[in-house]
Design a protein around this ligand. Structure first.
Ligand SMILES: [Zn+2]
Length: 211
């Protein structure tokens, strides 16, 4: 049940993608378009299936020091493909473009170790509004780590990055196997944004279908 909380942001992204594509092309929205939009918004996470299959859970940590996002999370590739699809298919191409773009935007500030935003030009992982230790302050405080990390690690930065070589050591030290419970089963700025976006998307979807 708690795993559903992790998906709400992408459900919102799928709904927003359909509404944006409709706005761009003038296509009239039918209810099932939202279901397709939601599936497309989740499609970059198809790279999580092998880990889910093997471990029954997803987490980059000392137990499993690799990030599933290394499989498909390459936004430049999706933007090029999505732009071509939008030009070729119109409405559904736009839905794909917006759905995957919004997914990557969510991955750039939410949970996880960011994404390889500029691949193939660099293999660095980038994340907005984060710390290099990749923990929210209340977790660092409650775990007793806040007092032991240096001042620069405490600061919430507009942009953080990890090189391909240093990321595994950060994941090994700071990766969290229980990230769903610790990030989503309480209110913090990330869970509030994601739950809020889902609420707004639901309202917009209902208004669009009814009026
Ligand atoms: Zn993702």
């Amino acid at each position: 049940m708690k795993n559903i909380l992790v998906l709400l942001a992408d459900w919102a992204n799928g709904i927003f993608a359909v509404l944006l594509a409709s706005w761009c092309t003038g296509a009239e929205v039918v209810w099932w378009y939202f279901l397709v939009g939601i599936l497309l918004a989740m499609c970059p996470d198809l790279d999580a299936i092998p880990e889910l299959w093997r471990r029954g859970k997803l987490a980059a940590s000392s137990e499993h020091p690799t990030d599933h996002r290394d499989g498909l999370h390459y936004p430049i590739v999706f933007i090029v493909a999505g732009t071509l699809l939008a030009w070729w298919l119109g409405f559904w191409g736009f839905v794909f473009l917006f759905a995957t773009l919004l997914h990557f935007i969510n991955d750039l500030y939410g949970t996880g170790w960011g994404i390889k935003l500029l691949w193939p030009f660099t293999s660095h992982n980038y994340k907005f509004l984060g710390r290099r230790v990749n923990r929210l302050k209340f977790l660092l405080v409650s775990d007793g780590d806040w007092a032991h990390i240096n001042t620069s690690e405490r600061r919430l930065r507009l942009l953080v990055s990890w090189s391909k070589d240093e990321l595994p050591s950060y994941i090994d030290r700071w990766g969290d196997e229980d990230w769903i419970e610790r990030w989503y089963l309480r209110l913090n700025w990330i869970s509030c944004i994601e739950y809020g976006l889902f609420g707004i998307a639901l309202i917009l979807a209902v208004v669009t279908l009814l009026y």
